[in-house]
Design a binder for this molecule. Structure first.
Ligand SMILES: Cc1cc2nc3c(=O)[nH]c(=O)nc-3n(C[C@H](O)[C@H](O)[C@H](O)COP(=O)(O)OP(=O)(O)OC[C@H]3O[C@@H](n4cnc5c(N)ncnc54)[C@H](O)[C@@H]3O)c2cc1C
Length: 377
């Protein structure tokens, strides 16, 4: 079986890996509009958090509790180190800590509770909301995302059945005979038994209109802040709304802190450049002035915007299939696909090769949307 994957972000790269490992696959082609990996890919940032807790969502927490093991397995297969299990700390009202711990433990995550006194002693440089406790997940951490993509691309490049095709923009993906066909910007085409589309926030341009019209584009601003406390856990649940977060690099890394908040995420009409408008930069500076005592706006070394697509009604990822199963499109990556990528990639590869799909625990991946060739459900 020959499989072509469109998109060399984390989902496309790991799906290609899983296709290589699947029995009966003789050729895996990976195509990207840019280099592989591409600096433009949403995945290609310094840090991405892996953690289990989704407050008020026990099923999602259960699914996310498997992401930690998923990344350790990817590291072991690829033979490179890019996942740092430095933990994740989530602040919350003290009275919610015990119930949250119970959900995490039931999901299989290792975690413990911290009181307000513990927080003040351990993290004096963070101002937690009054009455806060926190849960600290040990089975959580950060992926050095850019390093992971390079390592996975290198592994793929060393596999005899893999061909990497950088700098080839795909403009159309359709059914062809029993398989799929992709058309490039220069009008040339390539056929395969199965085509997987993992084009991140650009997927709207490649999927049928019936799917594209159900996707919402989001844009999120992030600050890079130089005074760092390397080796810290990721910290979430900060600020008056409890929606601000910071990601810290591993101890040996020189990466700055990443600071953002859900309030800096908004719908966007189109993907333009990643330059953060002044008002969103100022918004985050104002949030973190309240969160980090002594916050110095002059130490903001960078500010950039990232994009992702979400399924409109349920607000998360979306897997769709069309062309009688010839094309599998990860149409919406949502705001959390990096951590789930090992699980998602396995499920997509299973579908593409016709194996029984291993469940991810993500409803919209485990129950994909099926469309007929013409794009009608
Ligand atoms: C600010 C921000 C912070 C985030 N933090 C986290 C986090 O902490 N944890 C987490 O789990 N998730 C996080 N996410 C979400 C996560 O980064 C994304 O869901 C994930 O990286 C998407 O990966 P992908 O492979 O689907 O897409 P991408 O990484 O965007 O890759 C898509 C690839 O497809 C290629 N492509 C596009 N169109 C074409 C075409 N027509 N022809 C050929 N190639 C094409 C692109 O060049 C690109 O290389 C965050 C997102 C943002 C914006």
């Amino acid at each position: 079986m020959r499989i072509t994957v469109v998109g060399g972000g984390v989902v496309g790269l790991l799906t290609a890996v899983e296709c290589v490992r699947a029995p009966g696959v003789t050729r895996v082609e990976l195509v990207d509009a840019g280099p592989i990996p591409s600096p433009m890919a949403t995945s290609n940032d310094r840090l991405r958090v892996v953690r289990a807790l989704h407050r008020g969502e026990p099923a999602l927490t259960s699914a996310a509790a498997r992401a930690h093991a998923g990344w350790l397995e990817v590291e072991s297969l690829i033979g490179s180190r890019f996942y740092h299990p430095s933990g994740a700390l989530t602040a919350m009202p003290d009275q919610n800590v015990a119930a949250t711990l119970a959900v995490l433990t039931a999901a299989g995550a290792r975690a413990w509770g911290l009181s307000q006194i513990d927080l003040a002693g351990r993290y004096p440089w963070i101002r937690f909301p009054p009455g806060s406790g926190a849960v600290l997940e040990a089975t959580a951490g950060v992926v050095l995302a850019d390093q992971a993509l390079v390592a996975v691309a290198r592994w793929l490049g060393s596999q005899p059945q893999v061909r990497l095709h950088p700098h080839q923009q795909v403009v159309e993906v359709t059914q062809h005979d029993q398989g799929g066909m992709i058309r490039f910007a220069d009008s040339t085409t390539r056929t395969a038994d199965r085509v997987v589309v993992a084009a991140g926030p650009w997927s709207r341009e490649l999927v049928p209109a019936a799917v594209a019209s159900d996707l919402t584009l989001y844009r999120q601003s992030v600050l890079s802040y130089r005074p760092q406390s390397a080796g810290m856990p990721a910290v979430l649940g900060l600020g008056p709304a409890g929606d601000a977060w910071l990601m810290s690099a591993p101890a040996h890394s020189d990466a700055s802190l990443r600071l953002s908040a859900a309030s800096a995420c908004r719908p966007a009409a189109a993907m333009t450049d990643p330059v953060t408008p002044d008002r969103w930069r100022e918004h985050l500076i104002s949030v973190f002035t309240g969160v980090l005592p002594g916050f110095d706006p002059a130490a903001v070394v960078n500010c950039f915007d990232g994009f992702y697509l979400s399924e409109r009604t349920r607000g998360g990822p979306l897997l769709a299939s069309y062309g009688a199963g010839a094309v599998w499109a990860y149409a919406a990556c949502g705001g959390m696909s990096f951590k789930f990528a090992p699980q998602i990639a396995r499920a997509i590869a299973d579908r593409a090769v016709g194996a029984t799909p291993r469940p991810t625990g993500l409803d919209s991946v485990d129950r994909p949307r099926f469309l007929a060739a013409a794009g009608k459900e």
